[in-house]
Structures are given as C-alpha cells and as structure tokens.
Design a protein. Structure first.
Length: 272
C-alpha cells in the first residue's frame, strides 16, 4: 500500500505543517518623562480606604463638629460681655441680695410655724399671726397706708418719649428688688395695676398722670437703688429716650394712697 506523501514535506498527504511558536507579547514600557509627583498621585488616587479608616474619619469629623459648636456658643454675643467689671459686681450683688431676701422670708415663715407649734396658747398665737398677716396683706392690697425706709424715683420727660411699657418695666424691676409698697403720682400700685396711653398722656389704672412721674417706694434702699442703675436697666433705658431719672434714698417714705377693698365676685375661701 502506497502512502501518499505531502509534496511540501515528508508528512502524510493532507496534513498541515505545525505552526511555529510566535513571539511572546511584550509588556508596555513605562512612559518616559513621568515625574515622581505624578507617580505619587497615581499611587494615592483612587484611594484605597479600609473600614477602620472610615470609622476613624467619622469619629474625627464628629469631634471637630462638636468643638466648632462649643466655640461658637462660647463666642455668642451676650448682654454682659461688654459690661465693665464694676457693673458685673453690682449685678452679682443684686442677685445675692435677692437670694438673701428669699432666705430671710423662708426663715421668718419657719419661725412662725415653730412659735405656733411650741406656744402654750396656740389659739392666741394663731390670732396674733392672723392679725399680722392681715396687716401685711392690707399693705400689699393697698387698703392701708404704709411707711418705712425706701426711695423716691422722679422721672422727667420733657419730650413726651416715656411710654407705658417703660413705667411697667420700672414697677417690675422695683418689685424684683423687694419693693413692698409703691405709689405713682397719688395712685397706689397693686397686683392688678395696669398702664395705658401714649407718651405724654399716660394713665395708671385709668387715671391720667403727667410728668414728672414720682414713684414713692418702700423697701430696702440698698437693694432698690442699685436695681434701677444696673447696665441696661431702667435709668439707662430712660436716658436713651432723652428722659432723666433721679433716685433719692430716704429713711421714711410715706405711701398713703389707698385702694378700696373689693369683694371678689366668684372666688371664695376654702377650708384647709
């Protein structure tokens, strides 16, 4: 049997010659002219961040945000930031005085309770305390005259700039400083006193009053006068409106303007 030979070689007919191995692919050579900075940037971006690094970054962000909020809150403008040292001391003394008055009132009530509990004649002691309480309430209600140490406050208003709310602020400041009885131009100030009208035509409880406005105030002068002169207080507010306020201490102030005793329409005392 004859085997046909491939005319191009010695293999059998119809077989292809084996392919010669091709050259291996060459790796791209690094581009010429690339600087070290570019290689550094290429190594840093895109970033390869781990979970631990993300947690640390989040904690640092929260910490920085908290510090920024704290610094901002400490740097907020305050009404006392621009006050002088002597003004701050005066305000602190006023707060101390108010605290002391509350402590004295608490002690007085405790003493009354002790006297009532230890008295041999509790009925007589209760009667005396009731009369004393009635006198105190009469002063607060304006139904009885009162006298004692205090101050007089005279407000001059040549331009008619003093408004009703300024007089109300004055009353509130005096009450906060421990005023026990107040009279304005012959009108007794009580718990339900109100102010109305515009500058130059003011009314107290419906009664018209004219400048100068004279306040007669019974209380501790050492507390009342500084309360009116604190920074941003009554005196400075009035001076901004071109009004003047003069405060004078006195050993005995007489408040004799009276209010009629009114019977409530609906309220009745209830047994304890």
């Amino acid at each position: 049997m004859n085997n046909e030979q491939n005319p191009f070689g010695g293999g059998p007919a119809g077989a292809l010659p084996p392919e010669a191995p091709g050259p291996e692919p060459s790796r791209p050579a690094p581009a010429e002219g690339v600087s070290g900075r570019q290689r550094l940037l290429a190594g840093l971006w895109p970033p390869r961040v781990s979970r631990a690094q993300l947690i640390v970054a989040l904690l640092l962000f929260v910490l920085g945000l908290g510090l920024a909020i704290q610094v901002r809150s400490n740097s907020d403008n305050s009404a006392l930031r621009g006050a002088r040292q002597e003004d701050l001391v005066r305000i602190l003394d006023e707060l101390d005085n108010r605290t002391q008055r509350l402590e004295d009132e608490k002690q007085r009530l405790d003493d009354q309770r002790t006297e009532l509990e230890n008295s041999s004649d509790q009925a007589e002691e209760a009667r005396k305390q009731t009369l004393e309480k009635e006198r105190q309430l009469g002063i607060l209600a304006g139904t009885v005259a009162a006298h004692g140490p205090g101050i007089t406050l005279t407000i001059s208003d040549p331009s008619g700039a003093v408004e009703a709310d300024m007089l109300l602020d004055t009353i509130q400041e005096l009450r906060a400083a421990g005023a026990e009885a107040i009279e304005i131009n012959g009108v007794r100030v009580v718990a339900n006193t109100y102010f109305s009208g515009d500058g130059g035509e003011l009314r107290v409880d419906g009664k018209r009053i004219e400048a100068p406005y004279e306040f007669k105030v019974i209380g501790k002068p050492q507390d009342l006068e500084p309360a009116l002169n604190i920074p941003g207080g009554v005196v400075q507010t009035l001076e901004k409106e071109q009004a003047t306020a003069e405060v004078a201490r006195a050993d005995d102030i007489v408040v004799d303007a009276l209010r009629p005793a009114e019977q409530p329409d609906y309220a009745r005392s209830s047994p304890q």
